[in-house]
Write a protein that binds this ligand. Structure first.
Ligand code: UDP
Ligand code: MG
Length: 333
């Protein structure tokens, strides 16, 4: 829950992978925004900008280290190797979540409009726990990227995964929402899918997506595909269910073909052995797929269990006076 502006500790988490070309500008712009918000009493003077170096091979870390010395907002976190965007984000969120009232995550390349941060923070003060930055237009993305992204949202929706369309990882989360997020301990983390699962009061803030300020995208096609596949397989067992359905369809077709071959057989228009052969191919094929599907259903259950996701999330507990310590009351008994 939002508290008085000048006591609100904000952390801005920026994952950086080989971003030497953009860091100076990114930090300059974020610093201006911080200064402005502190002057207006929106956030506390203890707010920080945390740059997470995701095992960069260029001068990213040297730059970050230098910045921590000359810019009082900047702090650095260096991962031991390249863990990938999502893991770098989680590292930053988990670290800052311990001492911040709210955390904003934003890419290093200035594609997401930094000025939307004002609105994200305003929404937080209005009492929202999760505020999604949503791209209004995507003119600056390539035709290919726009359409593959659109197809991805479509597929995910069909698979039963609830995503906020045109929202990437630009968002604000309150401490309470972050604490809940950290209960999701799965290794294949797909933040965009998990955050909406948390519930809580959420809002959207719209902005225009710009071109990358400098440098090149760190998401080549191969990484994009594996990201999409990760998103699907870590959330959905729909592909397994498809196998079962296919099995049933094959059996149905088998029965229809069965009727046909029997008729042909009765009319004596067939060579010996053909009827039994055709019948067994369809029926056995169908039954095998059903059997695989049934095994798949169990594997799907195991898959869900191994994730160990929390079964529910408490937003408020009247037995404890502080919303954030809901549950401690019971522990103290
Ligand atoms: N990133 C990262 N680790 C990686 C790949 C990317 O931390 O392995 C960061 C990158 O520095 C940037 C953000 O994730 O801040 C998004 O990457 P990028 O802008 O290259 O992706 P795109 O906008 O092209 O999808
Ligand atoms: Mg980008």
């Amino acid at each position: 829950m939002a508290i008085n502006g000048q006591f609100t500790k904000l952390s801005i988490v920026v994952p950086c992978y080989n971003e030497e070309a953009v860091l100076d500008e990114t930090v300059k712009e974020l610093t201006e925004i911080m200064d402005h918000m502190i002057q207006n009493g929106k956030v506390s003077t203890q707010s920080i900008i945390l740059l997470v170096d995701d095992g960069s091979a260029d001068k990213t870390w040297t730059i970050i280290e230098k910045m921590t010395r000359i810019n009082s907002y900047v702090q650095g976190l260096k991962l031991s190797r390249n863990f990938g965007h999502q893991s770098a984000l989680i590292a930053g969120l988990e670290t800052t979540g311990k001492f911040s009232d709210c955390v904003i995550s934003i890419d290093a390349d200035l594609q997401d409009d930094v000025h939307a941060i004002y609105e994200l923070v305003d929404k937080y003060h209005e009492g929202y726990d999760i505020v999604y930055g949503v791209r209004d237009k995507r003119d600056t993305d390539t035709f290919f990227k726009r359409n593959t992204a659109l197809a991805f949202y479509g597929i995910m929706k069909r698979m039963g995964v609830n995503l906020v369309p045109n929202h990437a990882d630009y968002r604000l989360m309150s401490k309470q929402a972050l604490d809940e997020l950290m209960k999701y301990q799965e290794e294949n983390i797909f933040l965009r899918g998990i955050v909406p699962l948390l519930g809580f009061k959420s809002a959207k803030v719209y902005y225009n997506r710009k071109e990358r300020f400098a440098g090149v995208s760190k998401y080549p096609l191969k990484k994009m595909l594996s990201f999409a596949l990760d998103g699907i397989t870590s959330f959905s067992v729909v592909p397994i269910k498809l196998v079962t359905s296919l099995g049933f369809i094959l059996v149905l077709i088998g029965i229809a073909i069965g009727a046909y071959v029997l008729i042909v057989w009765f009319l004596n228009h067939t060579i010996s052995g053909w009827t039994s052969l055709i019948l067994s191919i369809w029926l056995i094929g169908g039954m095998q797929l059903i059997a695989i599907g049934v095994i798949g259903e169990y594997i799907g259950k195991i898959f869900k269990e191994t994730k160990g996701r929390p079964r529910y999330t408490i937003e408020w507990n009247t037995m404890s006076c502080d919303k954030n310590t809901a549950g401690d009351y019971l522990k103290d008994e």
